[in-house]
Design a binder for this molecule. Sequence first.
Ligand SMILES: C[S@@+](CC[C@H](N)C(=O)[O-])C[C@H]1O[C@@H](n2cnc3c(N)ncnc32)[C@H](O)[C@@H]1O
Length: 420
Amino acid sequence: MKRNEGKRPVEIQGLEARRAALRLLDAVLRRGETLDQAAGAATGGLLTSSDSALARAIASEVLRWLPDLDALIDSATRLRLADDAKARTVLRMMLAQWLRLDTPPHAVVATGLALLTGGPRRLAHGVFGALVRGEAALPSIPTLPESVAERWGDRATAIAAGLAAPPPLDLELQDPAGTGAWVERLGGESLALGHVRLPRGTAVTDISGFAEGGWWVQDFAASLPARLLGPGEGRRVLDLCAAPGGKTLQLAAAGWQVTALDVSKRRLERLRENLSRTGLDAEVIVADALTWQPEAPFDAILLDAPCTATGTARRHPDVLHRIGERQIAEMAELQAKLLERASGWLKPGGRLIYATCSLEREEGEERLPVEGVELDPIRGEELPGGLVPSPEGWLRTDPGMLLDKGGLDGFFIARLINKG
Ligand SMILES: C[S@@+](CC[C@H](N)C(=O)[O-])C[C@H]1O[C@@H](n2cnc3c(N)ncnc32)[C@H](O)[C@@H]1O
C-alpha cells in the first residue's frame, strides 16, 4: 500500500492562507467589496490569526502593485491571460509573495501551484520560473491604475510614492503633555504634541499601555480635523458621523462636551468600548444625520463625512480598484446633504470642520462653498511642520506628504464659521 493511501491528502502548510487570499482578491476585484467586508467570509475559517494576517498581506500587496505585477506576467508569456483568469490571480499572488513579502521562490511555488491544475498550473509554473531566473523586479513606486492616475492628475506620481508600503502605526495620546514620556516608553518619534509614530508592522497588542487607555490608534492626518477645533473648555461639540470614535476621543480629551452621533449601531459599540477603555465621556446617539434634528445648536461641529476613503489607500489598497466616478458622485451627493444640514446646527460664531479621508476633488474642494457659513481659513502656524494650507485656507494631505517621516493618509479638511 502506498503511503497516505485511503487517508485525506496531506495539506501543504500555508495553503489555506493562500486560498483565503484568493477569495479576498475575488471579493475585491470581481464583487467590488472592501478588504474589510470580505475578510470575515474569506479568512474566518482559518485556524490562526497569523494565517489570516498572511492572507490579508498577500491580497494587499497584490492590490497595491497590480499593474506592475501584470506587466511582469505579460512580459513572460505570449499567451494573453484574461484579467480574471485564475492563473493570472495566482501568479499575481506568487509574485507579490516573492517580491514584496520575501517568501523564498520554492515556498511560493509549493503553495501557489497547488491552487491550480492542468494547463494553467503548467503555465504559472513556467511564467514564475522564467521571472525568477530573470531576476524580475518591481519599480520603486507602484504604477497606478490608469483611471486613478488620471483622477489624481499632477499629484499622482507623488501620491503613488507614498503607496509603496503599508503605513507606520500612529498613536494619539490622551494627554499631549505626556508626549515626551510616551516617546521614551514606546520608542518611535512624535510629529506633534499628542502623537507618537511607531514602525510599520508593530502589532497593537504588543504596545505597552493599551489597557491603561492613555492612547488610541489613529493616523496622524486623521487627528488634524479635531486639532483644528482647539481646546473645548466645556463647550458643546457635535461629532457627526463619529464611529468608531477616534475623533470623539480627541475632542473629549481636549475638554469638549461631546455628542457623538452615527447611524451604525455596530460601529458605535466600538466607540463605546473606546470610551470605556480610555475613561473618556461622550453622549452617544444612534441616528441618521439626514433626518435627526438637535434640540439646541452647538458651539462646534465636526463632520467626518462618509466618503470613498481613497486617502487610506496605503492601508486599504482595494480603493485603487473599487472606486470610480459612480461611487465618488454618490458620496459627494451625501456629503452635500450632510453639510447643508450640519451648517444649520451651529450657534452664531460656531465653527464646523468638514473632513473626508478622500483624495477626490468632488469630496473636498468641490463641496465648498456651503450656504450659510463662511470659510474660516486654516493658518499655517496651526499645522504641524511640513504641512501648509491652500491659499484659500483649507488643507489637503496625501500619502506622498511627509514621506521622509513615513507619510500620511489623504484628507481634505476645511473649517467653516457661522458669522450669523
Ligand atoms: C469616516 S467614518 C467616521 C470615522 C470617525 N469620525 C472616527 O474618527 O473614528 C464615517 C461614518 O459615517 C457614518 N454614517 C454614514 N452615513 C450616515 C448618516 N446618514 N448618518 C449618520 N452617520 C452616518 C458611518 O456609519 C461611519 O461610521
